[in-house]
Write a protein of this length. Sequence first.
Length: 255
Amino acid sequence: MFTGFLFNLFLASAGIFLVTLLVSFFFIFIDIELKPRFSLTALAAGFMLGSACFFLIPEAFEMYGYKSGYYLLAGFLFLFVLERFVLIHVCDTDECHVHRPKTLGATAFIGLSIHSLSEGLVISPALTVGTIESLIPIFAGILIHKTPCVFSLSSLLLHDRFQKRSIVILNVIFAFLFPVGGMLYLLLQSIMNQRNISIEGPAMAFGAGTFFYIAFSDLIPQLHKQTSHRNHLYIWLCLGICITFLLSLFTTHEI
């Protein structure tokens, strides 16, 4: 059972790394001008809102019930405190000499990394006891869900003018946290069984809270500040939400 779990975790992680590298190389070899970067920001906001509403929250409430709302709020407040008092909120102007640069991309990286780690915790039980028939849609769901996450992270890092090499490194770290979550599940499994404590639901709800904070506090306000092509940006926002909704139709929340 232990060997089978490690093999399944390896297959899932290999697929995630492949998707991560493909998306990263897309941003490296395709020259994306800074002019349409707000379209990418709008699309990333749509992906995050859709992922939270159509993937994370339903799974969290299935696992942990109404108490998941506590952890959703905790995830929101965690990034609020972190960004306001540690990272410092991204400034409205590019010439600000008080606030630290690249805070939006750093905050997105933290939020998405928490989600990647918690997703490793959630998928691990299915990788342990799943049959071939059940593992195929699980693997497909992981890769389908990871693609917009990596795209969102790359878009936001590009938005903050991170170097392309740094984007690849941060994306690899983000992908690596999924198998870390899987190994962490093995370490915590005995404690969970003895004390009858479930951490998968709270972890997913916490990740959803970080998604809401990034979308509503950092991304969408930037769209409102644009004086031109504002309706065009809202279309990109809705497109991201619609894509995640369609992807959710091909995945299952029952693991």
